[in-house]
Write a protein that binds this ligand. Structure first.
Ligand code: GLN
Length: 438
C-alpha cells in the first residue's frame, strides 16, 4: 500500500471474476488468459469503476462504458484487479504529478518509478499482478518499465484500439503492456490487438499471434546501433550496461551494424510541440459541464474556475504551450514545422529499417532518479524521454527490456524498435535478448 500504485482496488468484482475463472478451468473451458490478474492505468475507461486520469477534475467520474481493451481482457478470462496511479493526464516522467500523490519505486523508495504509467510499472514490479496496461504517448510505458525492471511494450500506432483511452495526444497515444517477462507480455498482446470498428485509426489486421512464435534464429538478422559518441547524454551506469549488452549480443553471434539518425536533437522539441498542441485541444472538453469536478461559481466564471482549480500545474503548462504553438501568429513557426519534421523522422526510420531489422538503444538516459530531483525543472524532466519519443513520432513498435543493474542495484532497461506492425519480430528479439542479458 505504501507504494501508492493503486487508486482503486476492484475487490468485489475481481473475486467474482476469479470464481468464474476457477469454474471454467475446472470444466475445461479455460480461455486465452484465464485467471491472469491485470491492473489498468487510470486513463483507460472501465464501466462503473472510477477513471480519474490522476486528476482532481475527474475525481468522481464513473465511465458508462468499457474501453475495447477491457472488454477483450474480460472476454479472454482476465481479471481486472484495479486502477493504477499515474501522472495527471499521462503528462510526466516521474509519477509525481498525480493529484492522488506520488508513487514510489519498489527497488528504492526514495526514487521515482518513472511515468506516466508509474502505478502500472510498480504493480508488476512489486508482484501485485501478472501484467498491467499503460499508455505510451512519448515513452510512458517504456521509461517506467526501464526504471522498475519490467518489460514494457508500446505497440505500433493502430495495432491496439484506443477506444475508451482518455486522449492526451491522439496521433501519438497507444495502449501497451507491462509484464515481468516476454511470454506474459505476448499472451496479453495477442488478446488486446486487432481492428476495432469503434476506433477508425486501428489498422485492418487481425489480432497478433506472437506467443507461439517467440523462437527464431536471430543470427540471420541485423541489429542497428548508433555510435557511442551519440550517447553522450547518458549516465555512466546506462552506458556500462549498454556496452555490456552489445558484447553479449556479439558473443552470441548477433550481427551489429552502425546506423545513423538524421536529427536526433529534433526528437524532443518535435514531440513536445505536437503533444502539447493535441493536448490543448483534447483537454478542452473538461470544462465542468460534461464530466467530473465543477467549481462552485456563478455561471460565467464556472468554466475558468473549474479548469483553474481542477488541473494541476504541469497540465496547465501543457495547455498553455499547446495553445501557443497553435495560435495564428505562431502556427507556421511551430506546429506546422513540427509536422514537417515528423515526416523527416518517419522517413529516417523507413531508411534505417532497410539497413537493419531492429534498432537497439537504451530505454532511458539515466536510471531512476530521486523523488523531487527534477520536479522543478520541466526541461530536464522532458529529457527523460530522449530515446522513447521517436517511436511515437514515427508510429513504430518498441519495447523496453531488463538489461542490467546500476552499482546501487537499480534496474536499467534497454530498448528495441522494429518497423511498423512487426511486433512479431520485436518480441522474438526481446525474448532472446532477455535470455542472454540474464
Ligand atoms: N513523459 C512524456 C510526457 O510527459 C511522455 C508521456 C506519455 O507517454 N504519456 O509527455
Amino acid at each position: 500500500k505504501h507504494l501508492n500504485a493503486f487508486l482503486f482496488i476492484n475487490e468485489q468484482q475481481a473475486l467474482e471474476m476469479a470464481e468464474e475463472s476457477d469454474k471454467r478451468v475446472k470444466n475445461g473451458t479455460a480461455r486465452a488468459i484465464e485467471g491472469m490478474i491485470i491492473a489498468i492505468k487510470d486513463n483507460i475507461s472501465t464501466k462503473d469503476i472510477p477513471t480519474t486520469c490522476g486528476s482532481k477534475i475527474l475525481q468522481n467520474y464513473l465511465p458508462v462504458y468499457n474501453a475495447t481493451v477491457i472488454d477483450k481482457i474480460i472476454e479472454a478470462g482476465g481479471i481486472i484487479i484495479g486502477k493504477t496511479n499515474m501522472d495527471e493526464f499521462a503528462m510526466g516522467s516521474s509519477n509525481e504529478t498525480s493529484y492522488f500523490g506520488k508513487v514510489l519505486n519498489p527497488h528504492n523508495n526514495e526514487c521515482v518509478p518513472g511515468g506516466s504509467s508509474g502505478g502500472s510499472a510498480v504493480a508488476v514490479s512489486a508482484g501485485l499482478c501478472h501484467a498491467a496496461l499503460g499508455s505510451d504517448t512519448g515513452g510512458s510505458i517504456r521509461q517506467p518499465a526501464g526504471f522498475c525492471g519490467n518489460v514494457g511494450l508500446k505497440p505500433t500506432y493502430g495495432r491496439v484500439s484506443r477506444y475508451g483511452l482518455v486522449a492526451f495526444a491522439s496521433s501519438l497515444d497507444q495502449i501497451g503492456i507491462f509484464a515481468a517477462d516476454i511470454p506474459n507480455c505476448s499472451i496479453l498482446l495477442d488478446v488486446i490487438t486487432g481492428k476495432d470498428e469503434l476506433d477508425s485509426t486501428t489498422a485492418n489486421y487481425t489480432a497478433t499471434n506472437t506467443l507461439n512464435n517467440l523462437d527464431f534464429d536471430y543470427t540471420e538478422y541485423k541489429i542497428g546501433i548508433i555510435p557511442e559518441s551519440e550517447l553522450s547524454g547518458c549516465d555512466s551506469d546506462v552506458l556500462e550496461v549498454y556496452k555490456n549488452c552489445l558484447k553479449k549480443i556479439e558473443e552470441n553471434g548477433g550481427k551489429l551494424i552502425e546506423i545513423k539518425f538524421d536529427f536526433p536533437e529534433a526528437w524532443i522539441p518535435t514531440y513536445y510541440i505536437l503533444a502539447t498542441a493535441e493536448a490543448s485541444s483534447n483537454l478542452a472538453r473538461f470544462d465542468g459541464v460534461k464530466y467530473g469536478f465543477r467549481s462552485e461559481k456563478t455561471e460565467s466564471e464556472m468554466m475558468t474556475a473549474t479548469r483553474s482549480e481542477g488541473f494541476g500545474t504541469e497540465v496547465k503548462r501543457r495547455i498553455m504551450l499547446g495553445t501557443f504553438v497553435l495560435s495564428s501568429g505562431y502556427y507556421d513557426a511551430y506546429y506546422k514545422k513540427a509536422q514537417q519534421v515528423r515526416r523527416i523522422i518517419y522517413n529516417n526510420y523507413e531508411d534505417i529499417f532497410k539497413q537493419c531489422d531492429a534498432v537497439f538503444l537504451p530505454a532511458t538516459p539515466t536510471k531512476a532518479f530521486k523523488i523531487g530531483e527534477k520536479a522543478d525543472d520541466p526541461v530536464s524532466m522532458y529529457l527523460s524521454d530522449l530515446f522513447t519519443v521517436s517511436s511515437n513520432i514515427a508510429g513504430i513498435p518498441s519495447i523496453a527490456i531488463k538489461a542490467g543493474k546500476s552499482i546501487d542495484n537499480l534496474p536499467i532497461g534497454m530498448q528495441l524498435q522494429t518497423s511498423h506492425f512487426e511486433e512479431d519480430k520485436l518480441l522474438k528479439f526481446a525474448n532472446y535478448f532477455e535470455s542472454i542479458f540474464g
